[in-house]
Every structure is written in C-alpha cells, then in structure tokens.
Design a binder for this molecule. Sequence first.
Ligand code: KG4
Ligand code: ZN
Length: 356
Amino acid sequence: MRENDGVTSDGPLVLGIETSCDETGVGIVRGHTLLADAIASSVDEHARFGGVVPEVASRAHLEAMVPTIERACTTAGIALHDVDAIAVTSGPGLAGALLVGVAAAKSLALSLSKPLYGVNHLAAHVAVDQLEHGPLPEPCLALLVSGGHSSLLRVTDVTTSIEPMGATIDDAAGEAFDKVARLLGLPFPGGPHIDRTARSGSSVAIDFPRGLTGRRDLERHRFDFSFSGLKTAVARWVEARERSGEPVPVADVAASFQEAVCDVLVRKALDAASSEGIEDLLIGGGVAANSRLRAMAEERASALGIRVRVPRPGLCTDNGAMVAALGSSIVSRGRPPSSYDLPADSSLPVTSVLAG
Ligand code: KG4
Ligand code: ZN
C-alpha cells in the first residue's frame, strides 16, 4: 500500500456515487471492506409509467444526493475529509441522471482536494463482487444482466481490460422481465415479482422460444442475446388465452418465461467461458438477483468444473458500493485519476473502465 499517500495498509477509503438510473447510491469502502451502502430510490415515482422516466429520475437524484451522502458517512463513521478518493459512475446510463452524480462528485472532489475517478457502470457491477467474495479471479467471464444491459464480458483486469464477447441485439434481459410482468398485471419493476410468482408455477408448462440458439443464429450470434421474440411469444400466448375466455395461468407463464430467459443466459455464458478456457463465471446486474438464474448457473457450471460467483441480491441491483469498490481497485492499482472536467457519457463503452 502507498502509505505516503495517506492510504492505510487496509486499502484506500473511497466514496462512490451512482446515479445512472433510478437509484441514488452512495457507498463507502475501505479496500474491499464495505463500510456503508446508502440508497434512495425513485422507483415508486416511475411505477405508474411502467418504466423509468428520465426527467423524474434526475430530479429525484438532485433531492436525494446530499442526504444520501450524509447517511453513508454516518453509517461508515467517517467524515468526508477522511476519504482518499471520490468515484462516480460517468456512464453508461441516463444522461440527465448521470450529470447529477458527476456534478456532485466533482463538487466533493474539488472542495475536499481529493482525486476524482469517473468509472464505468458495467465494470462496477463486476467489481462489486470483491466486497463479498474477495479479489476477482482474473481472467473471469462476466455475465452482466440488468434493465439496460445483457452482456458477456471477458475480464482480464477489472480496472483496465474488459473485452465484450456478446450483447443483446434488442431488449435487455431485465427489460424483458419488466415488459412480461406488465403483460401479466404485475407491478414495476417486474423482475422480483416474476421471480416470486414463478415459484408456484411450472417451468415446463409452456415451451417458449430460446432466442439466437438455432444452428444458423449460432454462426453469427453465438454469444449474443435476443429477448424481443420471447416477449412477443408471451404476449401472443396470453392474448390467445384471454380470447378463449380461459383464465391466464400467471404463475405458469412467469415460470416458463423465466426458464427460457435463464436457459439462454446460462447456456451462452458457459459456452463463452468454456470457449475461452475460463474457469470462473461472475454474474452481475439486477437480473443476477433472480433465484432461478442463480440456481441454474450453479448446477450447470459445476457439471463443467466452472466456479460461479454471484454477489448477494442487494449488491446486484444498482448501488453506490459497486462504484466505490471499483474506485478502490483503481486507486490500489495506481491508475491516474480522471480530470476535473470529466463528462457524463450516456453510451460509455465497457472497454472504457475509467473515463476522462
Ligand atoms: O442493475 P439494475 O438495478 O439497474 C440497471 O442498471 O438496469 O437492474 C434492474 C433490473 C430490472 O429490470 C429488474 O426487473 C431486474 O433488474 N431484476 C430482476 C430481479 N431483481 C431485479 N429480474 C429478475 N429477477 C429478479 N429477482
Ligand atoms: Zn446497473
């Protein structure tokens, strides 16, 4: 450790700010030890629209930012001037929402004379696992599944080298969960409701399609995903039921839909890991909280001798701790900070772990 920078032997004390979507997250870590993970969510304000409304999210971040920072510091038992660095999500995400976090992080960094690190949201979803399971095995294969992204990533060094292997060509996995939940009359965000409802249904009741798994698809899209065909198939199936006057078996539809999504995600992730000779699969992002996905990945990976790491559900969905965790790894590895004119970049590619 770099004692001369004031960083103690337990690792740097980093405050991380996350505002890429509808969660205002402020996390504080010392090395890989989580000290605070304060979150304020505007999810209830978006529920009646069936999706996140960017303007509403930005406004909510602005109101929640200072109280959430204060709450995180109180929980961690630190004062702001104790921190070694400020990390913030600079992209990808909703532009207006990102701007609130980046502006807050700049204000803190400048007023406290601390280094500023603008980090990639997707890389942070990978780095967060270190808070629970220790240093990341490198290389590892990461399956990132959230409301905005579904990607397969080869991670050689989470602070510098992340290579995309595949991604969704239409809807993200979480988006599919949210849209199908809406069709079934379940509240937003739909993932947790489908997860819960599916427990009393049959996963083999309806044979829904597995996108991009046919022989021809695999030639061009071996590691890519597609969920919009599945979503349409569920919609058609439900409409046909309604037309026939029979009740819709909501639990069976939820379980069969969830099985189709998880089957494709796990199949492609394990195929990617095997093809690269990688023995560690990390699953992150909001959909990684799904109980069936976790169980299926464990079961199929162990048959192939592949180890699976999934953070606990609270660390899978968006939070500030993940940004602090990535910031801490970046500081520990001596990477140079971002400049104070760091922009927010709504489409920051995953290959840019550290921005600006
Ligand atoms: O990572 P996240 O909090 O935000 C984004 O970066 O998008 O992911 C949110 C997504 C939502 O689509 C939500 O429905 C989904 O994660 N999700 C789940 C579960 N918990 C959250 N999907 C399936 N099963 C769950 N248990
Ligand atoms: Zn996310």
